[in-house]
Design a protein around this ligand. Sequence first.
Ligand code: AP5
Length: 222
Amino acid sequence: MRLVLLGPPGAGKGTQAQALSALWGIPQIASGDLLRAAVREGSELGREASSYMERGQLVPDELVLKLIAERFRKKDARDGFILDGFPRNVSQAEALAARLERAGLKLDKVVALMLPDEEIVNRISGRRTCKKCAAMYHVVFEPPAKAGVCDKCGGELYQREDDAEGTVRERIKVYHAMTQPLLDHYGRLEMLAKVDGMGRPDEVEKRVLAAVGEAAEQSARS
Ligand code: AP5
């Protein structure tokens, strides 16, 4: 299965990608996680990317494409993947399609998680992520058993720097301007399924699975 998850900040792309990755045994490839790792390492790419991320702007395509290309070269991505946060604009989508075509591959499905803007700020302001294993929580909707501590590995939970309210509002604007046109792009290619992102994570997961059902069966057969 080669799946793209689209959606505004906080729509639940990461939450759903982690669940599907565990279910299908294929990796979640999250451009935001790759960029944050590059920032933490202090690489030149990370230093360049961080000024865009702090402002809620998209990181230039050439930096993101470089990280994605490196990630695709890893063995675990050969038999499928769930892309979370990439592509983010039409030129990234075209670069992805060209790359897959060169390898004789194509995407199976693109799922867009739909969530109203007002819900986004609620979701993001309560998000906490594990420093060690990247498991995700929400202080109200998915709280850990012990505040600030990961249930899965005991790691410390932290709040992302770009989750400050002003930056979130900028990220929402950028989503509407740059990423939403991708819905039309993939709609024209008849690859798109829009899924309601409201409700509990398990309810959303059922809708995603229903939306990719046929593509998942075809992919398993091929
Ligand atoms: P990125 O890391 O991709 O962030 P994002 O797209 O803004 O999305 P989020 O990670 O904020 O949200 P999500 O949809 O994954 O939701 P989540 O599951 O965490 O990008 C960050 C930055 O990196 C960008 O601003 C940009 O600068 C740069 N970047 C990244 N990719 C790029 C690219 N391709 N090109 C250029 N620049 C790029 O859920 C949010 C919270 O809600 C969590 O607390 C979760 O527990 C909770 N939650 C999830 N689902 C539910 C539910 N159903 N009900 C209740 N709570 C829920």
